[in-house]
Unconditional design. Sequence first.
Length: 196
Amino acid sequence: MIAHPGATGQTALVDATEVRVRRPSAHRGGRSRFISGKSRINAMKALVVTGQRGRPLFCGEVRAGPIADITQARDAGLVDPLADTIDLQIPADAGYQGLAAQTYGQVVTPPRKRRGKHLEHLQWLTAHHEAARFAHSSARIPLEHGIAHLKNWRALARHHTRRENLPDTIRAVAGLLTDQQATPHTKALALPATPA
Protein backbone atom coordinates (compact mmCIF):
# COMPACT_ATOMS: atom_id res chain seq x y z
CA MET A 1 0.00 0.00 0.00
CA ILE A 2 2.87 2.38 0.74
CA ALA A 3 5.15 1.14 -2.05
CA HIS A 4 2.54 1.53 -4.82
CA PRO A 5 2.11 5.35 -4.65
CA GLY A 6 5.86 5.83 -4.25
CA ALA A 7 6.68 3.61 -7.24
CA THR A 8 4.08 5.23 -9.51
CA GLY A 9 4.87 8.81 -8.51
CA GLN A 10 1.46 9.38 -6.99
CA THR A 11 0.46 11.04 -3.75
CA ALA A 12 -1.24 9.26 -0.88
CA LEU A 13 -3.53 10.91 1.65
CA VAL A 14 -4.10 9.75 5.21
CA ASP A 15 -6.71 10.59 7.84
CA ALA A 16 -8.93 8.93 10.41
CA THR A 17 -12.71 8.88 10.43
CA GLU A 18 -15.15 8.12 13.21
CA VAL A 19 -18.07 5.71 12.90
CA ARG A 20 -20.82 5.98 15.45
CA VAL A 21 -21.42 2.72 17.34
CA ARG A 22 -23.74 1.43 20.04
CA ARG A 23 -22.92 2.28 23.63
CA PRO A 24 -22.11 -0.62 25.95
CA SER A 25 -25.06 -1.61 28.08
CA ALA A 26 -25.49 -0.21 31.58
CA HIS A 27 -23.64 -1.68 34.55
CA ARG A 28 -20.86 -3.07 32.34
CA GLY A 29 -17.20 -2.15 32.49
CA GLY A 30 -15.78 0.17 29.87
CA ARG A 31 -19.02 2.03 29.27
CA SER A 32 -17.18 5.28 28.60
CA ARG A 33 -14.29 3.67 26.68
CA PHE A 34 -15.74 4.49 23.25
CA ILE A 35 -16.67 8.13 23.87
CA SER A 36 -14.82 10.22 21.32
CA GLY A 37 -12.93 13.24 22.57
CA LYS A 38 -13.77 15.26 19.46
CA SER A 39 -17.47 14.67 18.87
CA ARG A 40 -18.46 13.41 22.35
CA ILE A 41 -20.32 10.42 20.94
CA ASN A 42 -19.77 6.68 21.17
CA ALA A 43 -17.58 5.98 18.16
CA MET A 44 -14.80 3.88 16.78
CA LYS A 45 -12.07 5.35 14.61
CA ALA A 46 -10.79 3.84 11.37
CA LEU A 47 -7.57 4.81 9.57
CA VAL A 48 -8.12 5.64 5.88
CA VAL A 49 -5.43 5.99 3.21
CA THR A 50 -6.53 7.04 -0.26
CA GLY A 51 -4.84 7.80 -3.54
CA GLN A 52 -4.59 11.27 -4.99
CA ARG A 53 -8.00 10.82 -6.63
CA GLY A 54 -9.74 9.66 -3.47
CA ARG A 55 -9.73 5.93 -4.21
CA PRO A 56 -9.30 3.94 -0.97
CA LEU A 57 -5.97 2.14 -0.71
CA PHE A 58 -6.31 1.08 2.90
CA CYS A 59 -9.12 1.24 5.43
CA GLY A 60 -8.82 -0.45 8.77
CA GLU A 61 -6.95 -0.42 12.08
CA VAL A 62 -10.21 0.29 13.87
CA ARG A 63 -9.73 1.52 17.43
CA ALA A 64 -11.92 2.98 20.15
CA GLY A 65 -12.91 6.62 19.64
CA PRO A 66 -10.62 8.41 22.13
CA ILE A 67 -7.38 7.29 20.45
CA ALA A 68 -5.29 10.07 18.93
CA ASP A 69 -4.72 10.13 15.17
CA ILE A 70 -0.94 9.93 15.47
CA THR A 71 -1.13 7.03 17.94
CA GLN A 72 -3.40 5.10 15.61
CA ALA A 73 -1.00 5.63 12.70
CA ARG A 74 1.91 4.40 14.79
CA ASP A 75 -0.04 1.35 15.96
CA ALA A 76 -0.91 0.60 12.32
CA GLY A 77 2.80 0.37 11.51
CA LEU A 78 2.95 3.28 9.04
CA VAL A 79 6.11 4.84 10.46
CA ASP A 80 8.66 2.21 9.40
CA PRO A 81 7.47 1.78 5.78
CA LEU A 82 7.31 5.55 5.32
CA ALA A 83 10.78 6.02 6.74
CA ASP A 84 12.12 3.53 4.17
CA THR A 85 10.28 5.13 1.23
CA ILE A 86 11.63 8.01 -0.82
CA ASP A 87 9.87 10.51 -3.08
CA LEU A 88 6.49 10.04 -1.43
CA GLN A 89 4.54 12.93 0.01
CA ILE A 90 1.52 12.21 2.21
CA PRO A 91 -0.47 15.34 3.12
CA ALA A 92 -2.04 14.88 6.54
CA ASP A 93 -3.92 17.13 8.91
CA ALA A 94 -2.59 18.71 12.10
CA GLY A 95 -3.24 15.55 14.11
CA TYR A 96 -0.20 13.91 12.48
CA GLN A 97 2.37 16.66 13.08
CA GLY A 98 4.75 14.41 14.99
CA LEU A 99 5.08 11.97 12.08
CA ALA A 100 6.91 14.44 9.85
CA ALA A 101 10.14 14.09 11.84
CA GLN A 102 9.81 10.32 12.24
CA THR A 103 9.26 9.71 8.52
CA TYR A 104 11.95 12.12 7.29
CA GLY A 105 9.43 14.53 5.81
CA GLN A 106 7.29 11.94 4.01
CA VAL A 107 4.22 13.05 6.00
CA VAL A 108 3.46 16.71 5.29
CA THR A 109 1.32 18.56 7.81
CA PRO A 110 -0.11 22.07 7.46
CA PRO A 111 1.84 25.02 8.87
CA ARG A 112 0.77 25.92 12.36
CA LYS A 113 -1.77 28.68 12.61
CA ARG A 114 -0.05 31.89 13.61
CA ARG A 115 -1.61 34.03 16.30
CA GLY A 116 -0.60 37.27 17.93
CA LYS A 117 -1.00 40.97 17.47
CA HIS A 118 2.61 41.42 16.34
CA LEU A 119 1.75 39.65 13.07
CA GLU A 120 -0.54 42.50 12.04
CA HIS A 121 2.53 44.45 10.96
CA LEU A 122 3.73 41.59 8.73
CA GLN A 123 0.86 41.34 6.27
CA TRP A 124 2.97 39.65 3.59
CA LEU A 125 4.07 36.92 6.00
CA THR A 126 0.50 36.33 7.16
CA ALA A 127 -0.75 36.17 3.57
CA HIS A 128 2.00 33.70 2.59
CA HIS A 129 1.25 31.55 5.63
CA GLU A 130 -2.49 31.46 4.93
CA ALA A 131 -1.85 30.65 1.28
CA ALA A 132 0.29 27.67 2.32
CA ARG A 133 -2.46 26.45 4.67
CA PHE A 134 -5.07 26.84 1.92
CA ALA A 135 -2.94 24.92 -0.60
CA HIS A 136 -2.45 22.09 1.88
CA SER A 137 -6.16 21.81 2.65
CA SER A 138 -6.99 21.94 -1.06
CA ALA A 139 -4.66 19.01 -1.71
CA ARG A 140 -6.57 16.97 0.88
CA ILE A 141 -10.00 17.42 -0.74
CA PRO A 142 -9.90 14.03 -2.56
CA LEU A 143 -9.37 12.31 0.79
CA GLU A 144 -12.42 14.01 2.27
CA HIS A 145 -14.41 12.91 -0.78
CA GLY A 146 -13.17 9.35 -0.36
CA ILE A 147 -14.23 9.30 3.29
CA ALA A 148 -17.58 10.78 2.34
CA HIS A 149 -18.11 7.97 -0.18
CA LEU A 150 -17.41 5.47 2.59
CA LYS A 151 -19.88 7.18 4.91
CA ASN A 152 -22.57 7.12 2.20
CA TRP A 153 -22.98 3.41 2.92
CA ARG A 154 -25.61 3.00 5.59
CA ALA A 155 -23.56 0.42 7.47
CA LEU A 156 -20.90 3.09 8.13
CA ALA A 157 -23.14 6.10 8.63
CA ARG A 158 -24.04 4.55 11.97
CA HIS A 159 -23.09 1.02 12.97
CA HIS A 160 -26.09 -0.60 14.70
CA THR A 161 -24.74 -4.12 15.09
CA ARG A 162 -21.99 -5.41 17.37
CA ARG A 163 -18.85 -3.29 17.62
CA GLU A 164 -16.66 -6.34 17.08
CA ASN A 165 -18.02 -6.65 13.53
CA LEU A 166 -17.11 -3.09 12.52
CA PRO A 167 -13.56 -3.81 11.22
CA ASP A 168 -14.86 -6.50 8.85
CA THR A 169 -17.69 -4.23 7.71
CA ILE A 170 -15.31 -1.35 6.97
CA ARG A 171 -12.95 -3.57 4.97
CA ALA A 172 -15.86 -5.02 3.00
CA VAL A 173 -17.30 -1.59 2.17
CA ALA A 174 -13.87 -0.23 1.23
CA GLY A 175 -13.31 -3.22 -1.08
CA LEU A 176 -16.66 -2.75 -2.77
CA LEU A 177 -16.06 0.98 -3.15
CA THR A 178 -12.61 0.39 -4.64
CA ASP A 179 -14.00 -2.07 -7.17
CA GLN A 180 -16.81 0.33 -8.00
CA GLN A 181 -14.37 3.17 -8.64
CA ALA A 182 -12.02 0.96 -10.64
CA THR A 183 -14.76 -0.29 -12.96
CA PRO A 184 -14.99 1.90 -16.07
CA HIS A 185 -18.35 3.57 -16.27
CA THR A 186 -20.16 3.20 -19.58
CA LYS A 187 -22.84 5.52 -20.73
CA ALA A 188 -26.37 4.30 -20.27
CA LEU A 189 -27.82 2.79 -23.41
CA ALA A 190 -30.36 4.99 -25.07
CA LEU A 191 -33.78 3.39 -24.98
CA PRO A 192 -35.62 3.26 -28.28
CA ALA A 193 -38.37 5.78 -28.61
CA THR A 194 -41.80 4.31 -28.14
CA PRO A 195 -44.27 4.94 -30.93
CA ALA A 196 -47.03 7.37 -30.02
